[in-house]
Design a protein around this ligand. Structure first.
Ligand SMILES: Nc1ncnc2c1ncn2[C@@H]1O[C@H](COP(=O)(O)OP(=O)(O)OP(=O)(O)O)[C@@H](O)[C@H]1O
Ligand SMILES: [Mg+2]
Length: 255
């Protein structure tokens, strides 16, 4: 059984950045191989990992769904799709990446999602660790893409709106009865070296999530993003890395 770490939260609150920091942390502890999963149709986890963007599951489904029969080698449609999907894996040295993408055809989205879930479950068996980046919003929860998670990090920036969104994520996890072992709030991009304002602390409590920690605003993250440098290469001295290391060592000590 692989251990799954998932990140969700409002748009732009640092989900993808946190995934990179989790992966950086795991690699620094020699925990590999890792399967990274980009379940955001607007995919960009490949860039922060420094991997070449592979064919997405969406791309492959667009091609295979409309492939006229008979299929090569007399394969069934399911077997053919599974065979073609093996091309969707970007292989890195210690981290492989599976990108969902978004198929073009109307009405394909739920089907693509079911294929992703099935494909993900079979691929994940080969990895001790799975790290999953999600799209902003809540659909991935109701579609149950984000289910059977060991560590679920909900990101919020240091704003009331971000924290209210985090509360909705927590409510939906409960409502849907998703299998999530441990879930935490991570506040991101907060001013470094300052406690959270009182009004934010109230909202943190109202999320019903345990605050794992705060990742401060890090100018180096912004610089890496401007230069399209992989965030997994952030130096150990970066303020975001230091905060993330302290946070993960505490809440994921057993990992
Ligand atoms: N700790 C940080 N310090 C400085 N900038 C940050 C930090 N975390 C994230 N950012 C910046 O905030 C922006 C959004 O970050 P990121 O892409 O990780 O968010 P996201 O939640 O994945 O966004 P989306 O909802 O679009 O997928 C990026 O420009 C990123 O560089
Ligand atoms: Mg993102």
């Amino acid at each position: 059984m692989s251990l799954t770490i998932a990140v969700a939260g409002k748009g732009g609150t640092g989900k993808t950045t946190l995934c990179a920091l989790v992966i950086r942390h795991l690699l620094a502890r020699g925990r590999k191989p890792i399967l990274a999963v980009d379940a955001d149709p607007n995919a960009n986890l490949a860039e922060v990992l420094g991997l070449a963007v592979p064919a997405t599951i969406g791309d492959i489904l667009d091609e295979t769904l409309h492939q006229p029969e008979p299929l090569p080698g007399g394969m069934s449609k399911d077997a053919y799709i599974e065979y073609r999907l093996s091309a969707a894996l970007a292989e890195g040295q210690d981290v492989d990446l599976l990108v969902m993408g978004r198929p073009e055809g109307p009405g394909c989205y739920c089907f693509a999602n079911n294929v992703l879930r099935g494909h993900l479950a079979s691929k994940a068996q080969n990895y001790p660790l799975v790290v999953m980046d999600n799209e902003a919003g809540l659909e991935h929860l109701s579609r149950r893409t984000t289910n059977n998670v060991d560590f679920f990090f909900v990101t919020s920036d240091a704003t009331v709106r971000g924290l209210r969104s985090a509360a909705r994520v927590r409510e939906l996890i409960d409502e849907l009865g998703l299998a999530v072992k441990r879930r935490y709030l991570v506040v991101t991009k907060a001013p470094a070296g300052q406690p959270l304002a009182g009004i934010l602390q109230e909202q943190v409590a109202a999320t019903g999530l345990e605050l794992a920690g705060v990742i401060p605003y890090d100018p180096l993250v912004a610089e890496f993003d401007v230069q399209a440098r992989p965030l997994v290469d952030l130096p150990a001295a970066a303020v975001s890395v230091q905060a993330a290391e302290e946070l993960f060592a505490r809440v994921m000590a057993a990992v």
